[in-house]
Write a protein that binds this ligand. Structure first.
Ligand SMILES: [Zn+2]
Length: 659
């Protein structure tokens, strides 16, 4: 752990004053912090974001321990659910004694399937336990009719993080495949004992996954909402992918015989259908068993946990397994996270941070409105629709007005795996029951304790959980300029997502409807093209290139967010600086400090392949090269690398757009 992980307030000792701000602002602001905060052995990266997350996890741990000690909370109450979950997950004696026995029934079910036609019902059983082989079944708001929830079938089924990990001949990916092979062989050993044929079988399973990877869309391709929207029906699915027993799958989930669904990647599913009939049955069964064992490993006895960690280590560079309390606290989040969140906000969230965040939000929206009104390149009809979208954007701050209840879910102190399966089954049934309904406006897609925020294009809504509304993102003790640079930039970022290269394709009601005139679209694309060139020219430490198509939405949001928040700060007349820095300078210090951190090389490669966010140094330096106010605040000379010589902000007051 870092020296004082709980002190997340900004301080001038975080700086590295030996570096000029205009040369490398990321290092100038964060150099001191990064040196004082090396990556803990059980993390693959470490930064202000994760330090705050760690602080939250420790608070959650306290709540879980209290709930566990209480022992007499009413059945189904948040304290009973999370307290019993925690108790079962901490019960190492029971977990070690059970070995892999908890997953025996599901392994037996896989063993019993003797034809492809049995796969549908089998997959339903696995899905209900939280394991999604071949593909993912879920729900979404219909992209063209946001007031209706439909089913969605999405590509999936891979054990490695992305298709590149199967297909790229580079040594880095070759090594990852080697580690994955060893992981699978070890799973087979732990399950069936040592046998000569394990390596051959595991190789065949990877070969099967490789076939799925070949027809999987890349993360960048999936950013185009049109490319992953293919409205369909059960009847059409059955005729297009006849090899898979869809009716058995859906009826096992008690879905009606016909319902609307989105077949997100038709090419993937057609190939997957053929693959299940072409692949030898023993390979398919091994694939299903290994998906199950892999997913269950973290909840089983120590040899399984260690094997799972060995793979994680190879993929991320982490050197040590995280302590049990931390692993199980994190693992709870997707299943009963709102029960824990209810306890968390009751203890740790203050209403005043909600009010102040709301005020900053409205000030930023007023600036965005003003900018749209003055965009010189946009015609009146498109401008009108952009304004309507902005005005109808909603925001939720802190925690949901109505907490989700987990009615009918049984969590006990007897079996960690049993709890996970019941919670997963409850969660999937809860989701699938929404098909055909209007979306619940009170639903959140992140728990309140999460250190993050999101914009949801189908809802035209932004959510800022309580977990992020504290230092370094929001600090009531700092001058307001700090908060505009930190949480203000985050709010501006999420707001801009509604208008980035992806978000702009949805209208004010959250429908995927083209509201742009052809000429306005060209104007927007021209600006995106210039940003693409910028990203294509960037090299990060290690010499890696970036993938502009993957990063574009986040890059646009970062630039827009900083510009909006800065102007909102100016208009609010925040006033005070900090420790010799002016108010304007403090704003940029606060922004850059959000991204302070260190990362291991393997984890960096993993993020480059999967994460739509640019690396931290790019989020600071390349963003600021597009912010004229940054150059002014630090009086940069035209010859300094970060001088904003050709700033681009698709929604901003660029040089040509200054009135
Ligand atoms: Zn974002």
């Amino acid at each position: 752990m870092a020296e004082s992980p709980l002190d997340l307030h900004f301080s001038c000792s975080d700086l590295n004053r030996e570096v000029a701000p205009g040369h490398d602002f990321y290092e100038f602001v964060n150099g001191g912090w990064c040196r004082a905060n090396p990556i803990p052995e059980d993390y693959s990266r470490w930064g202000t974001f994760l330090a705050l997350d760690r602080k939250n996890q420790e608070q959650l741990r306290g709540l879980l321990e209290e709930a566990m000690a209480k022992g007499d909370a009413p059945p189904g109450s948040p304290a009973q659910l999370v307290g019993d979950w925690y108790a079962a997950a901490l019960d190492e004696v029971a977990i070690e004694t059970a070995g892999w026995q908890p997953v025996r029934p599901l392994l037996q079910a896989i063993g019993r399937v003797d034809s492809v036609s049995g796969l549908g019902a089998l997959c339903a059983g696995l899905q209900a336990a939280g394991i999604q082989p071949f593909f993912e079944l879920g729900v979404q708001q219909d992209a063209r009719d946001s007031q209706r929830v439909i089913g969605v079938l999405y590509q999936g089924g891979l054990g490695l993080p992305e298709r590149e990990y199967y297909l790229d001949p580079e040594p880095f990916f070759e090594n990852a495949r080697g580690a994955y092979l060893r992981f699978l062989v070890r799973l087979l050993e732990l399950w069936r004992g040592p046998e000569a044929g394990h390596e051959q079988l595991a190789t065949e399973v990877i070969g099967f996954e490789r076939e799925l990877a070949l027809v999987s869309m890349t993360p960048a391709e999936q950013r185009d909402p049109h490319a992953i929207y293919h409205p369909s029906t059960v009847a059409a699915l059955v005729s297009e992918v006849p090899e898979f027993s869809w009716h058995e799958l859906f009826s096992a989930h008690r879905l009606p015989a016909e319902f609307p669904l989105n077949l997100a990647q038709p090419t993937f599913f057609k190939r997957m259908g053929r693959l299940v009939v072409e692949t030898k049955p023993h390979v398919l069964k091994a694939y299903l068993s290994l998906r199950l064992l892999s997913a269950a490993s973290p909840m089983l006895s120590s040899p399984w946990v260690e094997n799972h960690f060995t793979l994680l280590q190879a993929l991320t560079g982490a050197k040590k397994l995280q302590p049990r309390w931390l692993r199980i606290t994190r693992a709870l989040d997707p299943w009963i996270g709102f029960a824990l969140g209810q306890l968390y906000v009751g203890r740790y969230f203050s209403a005043s941070s909600r009010e102040r965040t709301q005020r900053i939000f409205e000030n930023i929206r007023a600036i965005f409105r003003d900018r749209i009104q003055h965009l010189s390149w946009m015609s009146p009809p498109t401008r009108q629709r952009a304004l309507e979208k902005l005005d109808r954007m909603t925001t939720r701050i802190g925690y949901p007005d109505r907490f989700r209840d987990y009615e009918g879910l049984v969590i006990d102190r007897h079996s960690y795996w049993g709890n996970v399966v019941r919670a997963a089954s409850h969660a999937l049934a809860y989701d699938l029951a929404k098909i055909g309904q209007a979306p619940d406006p009170e639903e959140w897609f992140m728990t309140p304790q999460t250190v993050n925020a999101y914009y949801h294009p189908s809802r035209n809504e932004m959510v800022f959980p309580a977990g992020i509304l504290q230092p370094p993102f929001f600090d009531p003790e700092m001058p307001e300029a700090y908060n505009y640079g930190a949480i203000g930039a985050v709010i501006g970022h999420e707001m801009t997502h509604g208008f980035d290269d992806q978000g702009r394709k949805y209208d004010a009601s959250g429908n995927l409807v083209d509201w742009w005139t052809g000429e306005d679209e060209l104007g927007f694309r021209d600006r995106i093209g210039r940003l693409r060139e910028q990203l294509a020219g960037v090299r990060i430490p290690g010499g890696h290139h970036l993938n502009p198509e993957l990063l574009m939405g986040e890059f646009i949001a970062d630039i827009g967010g900083v510009n909006l928040a800065f102007e909102a700060m100016q208009r609010a007349g925040a006033g005070a600086g900090f420790s010799g820095f002016s108010e304007e300078q403090l704003f940029f210090l606060a922004f850059a400090h959000l991204w302070a951190g260190n990362i291991r090389e393997d984890a960096q490669r993993l993020l480059l392949a999967t994460d739509p966010h640019p690396p931290s140094v790019v989020r600071v330096n390349q963003t600021l090269k597009n912010i004229p106010a940054f150059g002014q605040a630090f009086a940069l000379g035209g010859d300094e690398p970060l001088y904003p010589d050709c700033p681009v902000d698709p929604w901003g007051r660029g040089p040509a757009e200054v009135a």
